[in-house]
Design a protein around this ligand. Structure first.
Ligand code: GUN
Length: 293
């Protein structure tokens, strides 16, 4: 087994981004700027947004966090988005999900200017991705393609099984792997909560990408020998072993599956770190007006 090391690759790519950020800042007369909107105080969301902001600073971007209480109305939130859409000093704009139940996430997603949608969730970006046109690709799937590229993992002609059909990870990932692109050109199976006998599919996967949000869901008997295994799981459990007070677990039983896989991502230290890189690369592209003017 060899490790797909998200720590190593993310650090390497962040150094490259930092160099490009300096050049761009000289050209623009200001730093690339990401704005994140966070509603409420969900523990996971707090952690992820804090990490996004910190990583922006690390690579020399400006970052702004705008917070709302859970009581914010949809209209107030849409107003704030409208203002940021028009602000020429904002390159990328993300609204952390999930949102409280009285706010429609679809309306919020579509309210964001697609040219600033560095999460790649807007239907224009998703539609363009499907057509293999320049667009913002959702950060986690984008990060996964970057780590596959870095390690030269061959994907063309392989059977890729994606477990989980979320709008953020599983569904866009399945499109990327099926596209005529590099990585891509896979035969793709998309499994989800209604799939009968998931193991019968995962056992035939050359590349197995798991984003189902269940600790140790994938066991060794579900994996083909020498498969490439990508674990997107971010299952938080409270723990008194760590400083933060919680511990992260993947969707894959790492110890057992690692002995069967040819390549595998660890949790933590795998896909989570690559997601940040995907977001940073999208923000750099937005500031450069590389995709949309
Ligand atoms: N919630 C979980 N993942 C994400 C993400 O990538 N972006 C946003 N905005 N919210 C999320």
């Amino acid at each position: 087994m060899q490790l797909l090391d998200g720590k190593y690759v993310s650090n390497k790519l962040k150094q490259e981004i930092a160099v490009e950020a300096v050049e761009l800042a000289q050209k623009l007369g200001r730093k690339p700027h990401l704005v994140a909107i966070l509603v409420g105080h969900d523990g996971g969301s707090e952690t992820y947004v804090a990490s996004k902001m910190k990583n922006c600073e690390t690579v020399g971007f400006r970052s702004t966090l705008i917070r709302f209480e859970n009581t914010v109305t949809e209209t107030e939130l849409l107003h704030q988005i409208e203002k940021l859409n028009l602000d020429h000093e904002v390159d990328g704009l993300i609204v952390q999900l999930p949102l409280p139940s009285h706010i429609d996430p679809e309306r919020v997603t579509e309210a964001i200017d697609y040219r600033k949608d560095v999460d790649g969730f807007h239907p224009i970006n998703l539609g363009r991705m499907q057509r293999n046109l320049p667009c913002f690709i959702p950060a986690t799937p984008y990060g996964i393609t970057l780590i596959l590229k870095e390690y030269g993992i061959e994907t063309a002609g392989k059977h890729c099984v994606v477990v989980g059909r979320s709008q953020i990870v599983g569904l866009p990932m399945s499109i990327l792997m099926a596209r005529n692109s590099q990585p891509g050109n896979c035969t793709v199976t998309l499994c989800h909560s209604k799939t009968e006998n998931i193991a019968s599919y995962t056992q035939n996967a050359d590349i197995l990408i798991v984003a189902i949000g269940k600790k140790n869901f994938i066991t060794a008997d579900m994996v083909k020998k020498d498969a490439v295994v990508i674990d997107v799981g971010m299952n938080r459990e409270s723990s008194n072993e760590t400083k933060s007070g919680f511990k992260l677990y993947g969707d894959v039983d790492f110890e057992a599956v690692a002995s069967k896989a040819s390549w595998i991502t660890p949790v933590p230290g795998g896909v989570g770190l690559m997601t940040i890189v995907g977001l940073l690369k999208n923000t750099l592209s937005a500031a450069r007006k590389e995709i949309y003017v």
